[in-house]
Design a protein around this ligand. Structure first.
Ligand code: 4AD
Ligand code: MG
Length: 434
């Protein structure tokens, strides 16, 4: 009896009789020899169907079968250095073949398609090798994040998605009706993390995040995934140390475990190999100097736009921390610097190669009176934040945390032009199909 084998495990079963279940990715017809490229979700392998080796109906099936037909084949697994595939170097000498469904006119062909066409067919596009490689990197990024946090004393405590108030400003809220009361899809779990660290010390939440960003850029999604670690008894410097350790672990894990996928993406991995602590740290003021030199001056107090981040991040080979932004440019909860309250203990991490911000975070206000004052200045409804103020009344401590956007991180690691390819079903401005 042949054994069921998934293509990524092929190297372990050379010389054995195997059964592979998958879909036809491509085909070369050489008369009595049919070379099928078969994918099964874990890789692509060449299946050689020789007329003399298989029953006549199996050979006929191999001749007829079209792209994305579903099939099951059996045969001998061989090492063959010339065989294309992912990882490549293996082929199946087919002894039998059954086609579950003969497919004709699969809409996504090897020729070029426009992006709108591909987005309309996202449910099928995910089968193509590029998209497949990106999703495999994404899964590894997520797993590496969890592994690192779980093994460094962070407890996974998830935060709610339906929330009564804003975390990151009221202009990007998705509103919904909660039995006659307004509710909003969560922009960030941070405020809840600040409650749970007082119960568990170090926590992280990891979930979908929603921002009604009316911007059509290469780095904005309406729905994205964010991991948010938060730590009690931690200041801005502690926060940066955790960020650089975590990001380094994620990048090194992808380099080690997803080399085939990075090859499919034609990613030059040399910039990624340089990612290791410590990351350079510059202040907002120093960043303004860089912008001035580059001929893109920005007025003090303004937040960076994507082009500014690109200029700054291109100056460094590693991810770079920009800290101490102007207080008025950042969220209401940021701790002001005591000797210079016009700047706050905030930090963004900008990915190199022009990618820009992948992490936002910093130290939170721990004084209840200052927090109340900020809530007032930002015109936020006090009642909705009563519980959050409470946290500063019952055992307040200095604390810090950050949010890392999964999609922007994947875009950087994979070397992609646009964030829309980093999530299975992207929600962008004007698109919620499929
Ligand atoms: O800088 P942001 O808005 O920070 C927060 O939400 C904090 N409350 C996090 C915290 O301290 N716990 O978002 C954090 C990260 C960004 O650096 C970016 O990677 C990602 O989330 N992000 C987006 N990704 C895709 N599309 C969008 N519209 C995004 N907005 C933010
Ligand atoms: Mg930010």
């Amino acid at each position: 009896m042949p054994r069921d084998v998934r293509i990524e495990e092929a190297p372990k079963f050379v010389g054995e009789e195997v059964r592979i279940k998958g879909w036809l990715y491509g085909k070369v017809d050489k008369g009595k020899l049919q070379f099928l490229q078969v994918r099964d979700g874990t890789g692509i392998i060449q299946a050689v169907v020789f007329q003399n080796n298989v029953p006549p109906e199996a050979f006929e099936a191999a001749r007829q079968v079209g792209q994305e037909s579903s099939l099951i084949l059996e045969g001998t697994l061989k090492a063959e250095p010339r065989a294309p595939g992912i990882p490549g170097g293996y082929e199946v000498e087919v002894k039998d073949l059954k086609v579950l469904q003969f497919v004709q006119d699969y809409p996504i062909t090897p020729k070029e398609h426009g992006i709108e066409f591909l987005m309309d067919h996202r449910h099928l596009w995910l089968r193509s090798t590029r998209q497949w490689a990106i999703m495999r990197v994404r899964a590894t990024v997520i797993k590496a994040i969890r592994d690192w946090l779980d093994s460094h004393g962070f407890l996974n405590i998830d935060s709610p998605i339906l929330t009564p108030a804003a975390c990151e400003g009221t202009t990007t809220l998705f509103a919904t009706d909660y039995f006659g009361q307004p509710a909003y899809l969560s922009q960030s779990g941070q405020l809840y993390n600040e409650a749970t660290i007082m119960a568990f010390g170090k926590v992280y939440c990891f979930g979908p995040t929603f921002r009604a960003e009316k911007s059509r850029t290469r780095r904005h999604l309406m729905e994205f995934w964010m991991v948010e670690p938060e730590m009690a008894f931690a200041d801005l410097e502690d926060c940066m140390r955790v960020e650089e350790e975590l990001v380094t672990y994620v990048v090194q894990t992808v380099l080690r475990e997803r080399a085939n996928e990075l090859k499919v993406l034609e990613r030059d991995t040399s910039p990624l190999e340089k990612v290791e602590p410590p990351f350079p740290r510059i202040s907002y003021d120093e960043a303004l100097e860089i912008l001035k030199e580059a001929g893109e001056p920005l007025e003090w107090g303004e937040d960076f736009g994507a082009p500014h981040e690109t200029i700054i991040s291109l100056r460094f080979e590693k991810p770079v921390f920009v800290h101490h932004y102007p207080t008025k440019a950042k969220a209401f909860y940021m701790e002001p610097e005591p000797d210079r309250p016009e700047v706050c203990r905030s930090v963004d991490l900008l990915a190199p190669e022009g990618y820009g911000e992948i992490i936002g975070g910093g130290q939170r206000i721990s004084d209840p009176n200052l927090l109340e004052q900020r809530i007032k200045e930002h015109n936020l409804p006090r009642e909705a934040y009563q519980w959050y103020i409470d946290l500063r009344k019952f055992g307040t401590v200095p604390h810090s945390g950050f949010g890392l956007g999964v999609e922007r991180t994947v875009a950087w690691i994979c070397g992609l032009q646009h964030i829309r390819e980093t999530i299975p079903f992207p929600r962008t401005l004007g698109r919620i199909y499929p």
